[in-house]
Design a protein around this ligand. Structure first.
Ligand code: FAD
Length: 472
């Protein structure tokens, strides 16, 4: 019987990503502290390899290692005190962003970057170098990490990016830090991180909403206006065709200040959103989500959105993490699961062509997410690069889906873009090198800290990223 989800018990378990498409079995270990993690990597168990795992919110096979060992960081979930002068907080890598928020928000601090769910760990956020709706302004998660502790097969390293100093050791530490940020767990196990938080006055957002009838209009509005907002995201209807292709609802905003709230709401401390009580008990029926039901949902949702609304005060959770309202919502996609597909590309025409093809092929995708990225980090495997990023969920099943996504991948790669590995379950290995042209730098760093090639995952195996395995 597959495990329902984290936290796992130690022992041989069947693990899946959030999309539930590629289950494999591995030995799960739950180290009690950092010393145990260090010991495990210094003397790895026999098997096909070792990979860390957070809350399993990556969609594909990144936190799995068939026949190997999966290091679940659930017990390293402590949160330290916040330095009120700098906003820095030290946390265990297994702490979730939910937990960090519960600690930080009542003290007037928010996450510098948050993905679309707060149910990811700090370790997972570093390893995928996650982005939020503020990438165009604040960059990705690793930009706000001021120190990391990383357990590797060659010992424990304390890494401080940008620390003053010169010489080979300093350059090596910087290279290891940036290879780890976005490195999908392939450089070692992050055991703790120091994160610089963002000061906020309230737990509300001040949001402007605009509805656009086609893709060109929403992209023009984002290009001309996003810089005026900290957060921006467009929800695109990829099932609409003809002159409505790419119609979208754009929401943009920033944290509300006390004076933005009605007088009765100004007092009291900001509160973190709670965890959901709503659950999906079991996988949904096979044909629940099909081109007709999804298009009908998208139509209703689009009509319901206001054409133009300004300064609406919204709770944080609804703005940042609408999907966290229902636990296990991924089960709605049924036993076969679903793919999340996300790419980034500088050329907006490529996004338009991809949406055209998805709509023309009647791919049943719920609202896709369109965002603009600013400059990336020095990480060779970090996903964000300047341009447009489109992300969509697609149920597994339509026979032509694989070939269609392959064609979009090729188009994206040819235009200098890339697919996000934290979401991926299907990319062709020959395209990875084109999409991530600095892979050799990553492998060079990995050989230094993991000469026997212990760190590996189903994703690294599938994409041909494994180092040669040497028996110790
Ligand atoms: C609803 C939803 C919305 C999302 N929205 C966004 C979004 O807006 N932006 C975005 O960037 N991502 C988004 N994601 C993806 C998610 O943020 C990333 O996949 C994140 O890595 C998941 O963290 P996790 O703790 O669940 O890690 P896991 O999924 O368990 O692992 C992910 C990767 O991190 C590695 N890893 C985990 N812990 C450690 C550690 N301690 N040390 C080293 N490596 C480690 C694993 O080996 C694996 O390669 C979303 C996911 C969901 C389900």
């Amino acid at each position: 019987m597959p495990e329902p989800g984290p936290p796992y018990r130690p022992g041989r378990r069947v693990l899946r990503g959030w999309g539930r498409t590629a289950p494999t079995a591995a030995d799960v270990v739950l180290p009690a502290d950092e010393a145990r993690v260090a010991e495990l990597l210094a003397d790895p168990p026999p098997g096909t390899g070792v990979v860390p795992r957070g809350l399993g919110r990556s969609y594909g096979d990144a936190a799995q290692c068939a026949g190997g060992t999966v290091v679940d960081l659930a017990q390293l979930d402590w949160v330290g005190g916040i330095d009120e002068a700098t906003g820095e907080v030290e946390v265990g890598a297994g702490a979730s962003l939910q937990r960090l928020l519960e600690h930080a928000l009542p003290r007037g601090w928010f996450l510098p970057v948050t993905p679309g769910t707060r149910l990811v760990t700090v370790g997972g956020a570093v390893a995928a170098d996650v982005h939020g709706k503020n990438h165009h302004r604040d960059g990705s998660f690793a930009r706000h990490v001021t120190a990391l502790t990383l357990a590797t097969p060659n010992g424990v390293r304390h890494l401080v990016p940008g620390r003053r100093g010169r010489g080979a050791a300093k350059a090596e530490d910087d290279a290891l830090f940036w290879a780890t940020a976005g490195g999908m767990g392939l450089t070692g196990v992050v055991t703790r991180a120091t994160v610089r938080l963002l000061p906020v006055e309230t737990d509300r957002m001040l949001v402007d909403t605009d509805r656009y009838d086609d893709l060109g209009a929403v992209m023009a509005a984002m290009e001309s206006g996003d810089d005026g907002y900290r957060y921006s995201v467009a929800w695109v209807d990829c099932t609409a065709t003809g002159r409505h292709t790419g119609r979208a609802v754009l929401t943009r905003g920033d944290h509300a200040r006390r004076e933005d709230l009605p007088a009765r709401r100004r007092e009291g401390l900001p509160r973190a959103p709670g965890t959901s009580r709503l659950r999906i008990p079991r996988p949904g029926p096979r044909h629940l989500l099909n081109p007709l039901t999804v298009a009908a949902f998208n139509e209703l949702w689009f009509r319901h959105a206001p054409r133009h609304r300004v300064a609406e005060v919204l709770p944080l959770a609804g703005f940042f993490h609408p999907l966290d309202g229902v636990a296990d919502w991924n089960l709605l996609y049924g036993e076969r699961g679903f793919l999340q597909y996300q790419f980034v590309v500088a050329d907006g025409d490529v996004v338009a062509r991809a949406i055209d093809q998805l709509a023309a092929n009647r791919v049943p995708s719920f609202l896709a997410v369109l965002k603009r990225f600013g400059p990336g980090t020095p990480g060779p495997l970090s996903f964000p690069t300047p341009g447009w990023t489109l992300a969509l969920d697609v149920p597994m099943g339509p026979p032509a889906l694989g070939a269609l996504l392959d064609r979009i991948d090729e188009m994206v790669a040819e235009a200098g873009g890339r697919v996000y590995l934290a979401k991926d379950a299907r990319l062709r290995p020959d395209l990875v090198r084109t999409m991530y042209p600095r892979l050799d730098e990553l492998q060079h760093v990995r050989r230094r800290v993991d000469p026997a090639g212990v760190l590996r995952s189903d994703l690294s195996r599938r994409l041909g990223l494994d180092l040669d395995r040497k028996e110790p």
